[in-house]
Design a protein around this ligand. Structure first.
Ligand code: AMP
Ligand code: MG
Length: 344
């Protein structure tokens, strides 16, 4: 398939993109969280193509994207009070609400669930694209299933060129991790996946919040996930990732020790760290001064390790702030829960 790469967003390109969606095509587009791969949420035929292009398991539902919160009743049949408050304060923004679905949303979008994930992205290109499509856009992240989510156009092109109808090459994602998923169908709003809207944000408007206990520990045994995406291996680079957690000095010292030992064995080692220490690694990436900066480059860094043939990589986790949960959730998964505690 020839993929149209759209670099300029104007009336002409938007009209072409809208037409692709109307013809049941699939389009990758930038959002503030990560790039999405979208199709008409009303078309089973179009949504099927998303699963095929990504190699995504069919029981992992998609998120329905809208340009405007006024459109929510088109896809959800109930909007609880907490949902209204969250929309009022944070929409458009990096969060997804789990709501009871309308019957016109086909089962393929929600993987047969009676609920639907609804998100209103803030990114102006995403909004213009959804408006041009004229229908709600069902979209997961625009990566090959199991790979780190794409935060740059070049990541999407690497994974999906030739497999989708169009890729909108917008700028880099500013949040860098996928949306916070908040289930508002129960008594207490529950975070199923942490992201740019934090638990503190939710408490500030709803007064209370629950955090699903699988967020940092993964699923145990035969547990059924509330958020089907939880059970799949995610963000898994070829490099073997180890998270080294604790105080800044303790983690830096531990990483130096591990790097030296691996290099002695001839292993190609990468480090992603918060401190400019001399690690002696083959590839060193500095991640910034807080967990939001970390989130911005995390998925790109995982891809960079693979592009450089890194066999083992150590990630320093020593910063404590509101975005810590979102970063740790992705890191622990990418590391297959291989975590070393270096002490505080
Ligand atoms: P992605 O954008 O690729 O992370 O995929 C969307 C994520 O949203 C998946 O991990 C799904 O499990 C989650 N999701 C979508 N719809 C629902 C739903 N109705 N209930 C719970 N989780 C959902
Ligand atoms: Mg994904």
């Amino acid at each position: 398939m020839k993929t149209l790469i759209v670099e300029k967003i104007d009336e002409k390109s938007l009209s072409a993109l809208g037409q692709i969606i109307k013809n049941d095509g699939i389009v990758a587009f930038p959002t503030e969280t990560v790039y999405g791969l979208g199709a008409s949420a009303y078309s089973e035929n179009a949504v099927k193509k998303i699963y095929e292009a990504k190699g995504r398991p069919s029981d992992n539902p998609l998120i329905v994207h809208l340009a405007d919160s006024a459109d929510i009743p088109k896809v959800a049949r109930e909007i609880p009070e907490d949902a209204k408050k969250l929309i009022e304060k944070f929409a458009p923004g990096p969060f997804t609400l789990i709501l009871k679905k309308q019957p016109n949303i086909p089962n393929i979008v929600t993987a047969g669930l009676d609920t639907v994930g609804v998100r209103i992205p803030e990114n102006p290109i995403a909004r213009a694209f959804i408006k041009a499509a004229g229908v709600p856009i069902a979209a997961p992240s625009a990566n090959i299933s199991g790979k780190p989510s794409p935060t740059k156009a070049q990541h999407v092109i690497a994974d999906l060129n030739g497999k989708v109808d169009a890729i909108i090459a917008g700028g880099d994602s500013t949040v860098g991790v996928e949306s916070t998923i908040i289930d508002v169908t129960g008594e207490i709003p529950t975070i199923l996946r942490p992201g740019g809207i934090t638990k503190e944000d939710i408490i500030s408007v709803c007064g209370r919040v629950k955090i699903d206990d699988t967020i940092l520990s993964g699923l145990k045994g035969n547990e059924t996930p509330k958020c089907p995406g939880m059970k799949y291996k995610h963000y898994a680079p070829d490099a073997e990732i180890t998270v080294v957690e604790g105080g800044q000095k303790q983690t830096a010292d531990k990483i130096k020790e591990l790097v030296a030992s691996d290099r002695e064995k001839g292993i190609k080692v990468g480090v992603l760290s918060a401190s400019h220490d001399e690690y002696g690694a083959d590839l060193y990436i500095f991640e910034g001064i807080n967990n939001q900066e970390f989130a911005n480059i995390l998925f790109g860094a995982l891809r960079e390790f693979d592009e450089n043939g890194i066999e083992k990589a150590y990630v320093q986790m020593c910063m404590k702030d509101e975005m810590e949960l979102a970063v740790k959730n992705r890191l622990y998964k990418s590391a297959g829960y291989r975590i070393i505690y270096a002490g505080e």
